[in-house]
Design a protein around this ligand. Structure first.
Ligand SMILES: *Cc1c(COP(=O)(O)O)cnc(C)c1O
Length: 392
């Protein structure tokens, strides 16, 4: 059996994004013990870096050991108890997973649904809360990776505060890519993922809980149903209480080296600069796509810069395009999910995959591949249109 040698791909799907060589190099450093005093300095740095990225002073801030889905479940199992009522917003795939989480906690999910490709409608949330006076939590996805729509997290959280409700926010795709203010917006529980705009390898999920959420966790009537995700146990490892950290589970040491490096890189660049870079590269991609005659799914005012859902033109073999891009250019883009399967391509410009080179390659490759797949596009115009945005 030979060693496994993956091809060198260009990752422009909905995640994972390209992992920077600095992150991969960090992960190849020697493994040390998860209670080694030197490792504990990394843990302290990690919490500080995550507070920087989330813009929070929350004490309960650390990476959950597992993919974004584990961060999601960590937020729900700690805050939701049997009999609770949670308003869950669904405007794509991930709101549906929130519903699953709520129901598996023995609580009731009151669904607020919006069309795929649109942001969450605050007026509908207000109505759901008015109709369900026992509501405890509002849960929503900030950046819906399945559609490319951004929701107004600030407005939703302001409403929740006004009503004394908690918020659970999915920031898996938003963290690092678009403005996100955990403290200023009053978010109570938030989770993200390492493999989207942070451009680390998959498998870690930064989470953060407000003091208000922490009080709710402390005041629970019964134990958290998940032993592994119980924050009160996990924090005995992530915090040196009286100088002692206790073993909970063996931390994914080398993965944490990688996340640490990617957060150091984010801090070097500056969070605002990272947001601006994501925006600029999105505008360049969009200029090229529109010049070709392609259309984006989401309306301009709620478009995510880091996830571009492109409508598949009539008469085009959607899957053939992705297949050719991968085979001929080593370029991965995403397919549509659920209601959007076959109807859109999803082009990610996340983290290390948000560069002028990625935009330029993607546009050139699409231009070369689309006509043979049946799409009628204008050629020779996408590159210059993108260039005008990238290098004005
Ligand atoms: C990717 C993603 C998740 C799930 O993350 P995994 O790491 O795949 O478990 C959850 N929510 C959103 C919005 C995502 O984009």
């Amino acid at each position: 059996m030979p060693s496994f040698n993956p091809p060198l791909r260009v990752l422009m799907g909905p995640g994972p994004s390209d992992v920077h060589p600095r992150v991969l190099a960090a992960m190849a450093r020697p493994t040390i013990g998860h209670l080694d005093p030197v490792f504990q300095t990394l843990m302290e740095d990690m919490k500080e870096l995550l507070r920087y990225a989330f813009r929070t002073k929350n004490r309960l801030t650390m990476p959950a050991s597992g993919p974004g889905s584990v961060g999601m479940e960590t937020c729900f199992v700690n805050l939701v108890e049997p009999g609770d009522v949670v308003v869950v917003c669904q405007n794509g795939v991930f709101g549906g997973r929130m519903k699953e989480n709520v129901e598996r906690c023995g609580a009731t999910a009151v669904m607020v649904t919006d069309e795929w490709g649109k942001g969450v409608d605050l007026a509908k949330i207000k109505k759901a809360v008015a109709d369900n006076p026992k509501t405890k939590i509002i849960a929503f996805v900030h950046a819906e990776t399945s559609t490319g729509a951004l929701s107004d997290a600030q407005a939703i959280c302001a409403f929740a505060k006004e009503k004394g409700l908690l918020t659970i926010v999915d920031a898996v795709t938003s963290l690092g890519g678009v403005p996100l203010e955990v403290d200023a917006w009053g978010i109570d529980a938030i989770y993200s993922g390492s493999q989207k705009c942070l451009s680390c390898t998959p498998g870690l999920s930064p989470v953060s809980f407000s003091a208000r959420a922490e009080a709710v966790i402390k005041g629970r009537n019964r134990k958290v149903q998940s032993w592994f995700m119980d924050m009160s146990l996990i924090m005995n490892y992530w915090e040196a209480q009286g100088g002692a950290r206790t073993y909970h589970h063996t931390a994914p040491i080398n993965s944490l080296y990688g996340l640490h490096e990617s957060l150091v890189m984010l801090k070097e660049e500056g969070l605002e600069n990272s947001w601006a870079r994501h925006r600029k590269n999105h505008l360049a991609l969009r200029a090229g796509l529109e010049a070709m005659g392609l259309e984006l799914l989401v309306a301009e005012h709620e478009r995510l810069p880091q996830l571009n859902a492109i409508k598949v033109p009539a008469g085009t073999d959607e899957a053939a395009v992705r297949k050719r891009l991968l085979a001929d250019y080593n370029l991965e883009i995403g397919a549509g999910l659920g209601a959007l399967a076959g109807k859109v391509w999803r082009v990610g410009l996340m983290g290390s995959s948000s560069t002028a080179n990625h935009v330029t390659l993607c546009l050139a490759a699409l231009e070369n591949v689309l006509p043979a797949a049946g799409a009628k596009i204008k050629t020779g115009v996408a590159g210059p249109a993108a260039r005008a945005v990238l290098f004005p």
